[in-house]
Design a protein around this ligand. Structure first.
Ligand SMILES: [Zn+2]
Length: 138
């Protein structure tokens, strides 16, 4: 089935992320000077303002920091409502906003803050694999 949702445009500073995603790897920017992993990708470390950055392969593991059920949605996502968005606490540090999979938006009481999640990638086109996160068992 064709991917019908908006596809992010790739920039030169996010290329390592998208190249990793093609191989099922969650690539994350890390500051060489202060060792802080940050998300989203930037040209400068948000912790110490160094420009000495590198990309590391993340574990693809995290936990739900918080979530919201999206009922009233406009645009291309409207056909998918209700769905659950969440901030994921990455194992390596910082947070990533995602659409959460493996949960029932009609039963938000079954979704737990702190639940373990794992990243997965859905192919959107030849060059783009979109990260989503799914609740997994402990
Ligand atoms: Zn830094």
């Amino acid at each position: 089935m064709a991917y019908e949702l908006p596809i992010p445009r790739q920039g030169i500073h996010t290329r390592p992320f998208w190249e990793g995603a093609k191989e099922g790897k969650l690539m994350l920017p890390r500051c060489i000077d202060c060792n802080t992993v940050h998300w989203y990708p930037r040209h400068i470390c948000p912790n110490c303002h160094s420009i000495n950055l590198e990309w590391i392969e993340g574990s693809g593991e995290g936990r739900i920091h918080t979530f919201a059920v999206q009922h009233l949605v406009f645009g291309p996502w409207s056909e998918h409502a209700p769905y659950v968005t969440a901030y994921i606490d990455l194992l390596e540090g910082d947070r990533m906003l995602t659409v959460l999979r493996g949960v029932d938006p009609e039963k938000p009481e079954t979704i737990e803050i702190g639940a373990k999640v794992r990243v997965e990638f859905e192919q959107a086109n030849d060059d783009t694999f979109i990260p989503y996160w799914r609740v997994v068992g402990e």
